[in-house]
Design a protein around this ligand. Structure first.
Ligand SMILES: [Zn+2]
Length: 61
């Protein structure tokens, strides 16, 4: 029953492609999310599902 749910909001563990920092982000972010280390934009808010600009390590429920 591990069906992939595209409509559900998820937290994602992502890795910054610039500095390698890992942090947890929300994939329906209301505003852009920056890397806490280098300031690179990791999540670009698009009003709905966000555009993830980092490497996704893991999807968290
Ligand atoms: Zn970074």
């Amino acid at each position: 029953m591990a069906k992939f749910r595209t409509q559900k909001s998820n937290f994602l563990r992502v890795k910054c492609v610039d500095c390698g920092n890992q942090q947890v982000v929300f994939d329906h972010a209301a505003s852009n999310v920056q890397c806490i280390i280098c300031g690179k934009t990791l999540v670009k808010s698009k009003g709905g599902k966000s555009e993830i600009k980092a490497q996704i390590i893991e999807v968290l429920d």
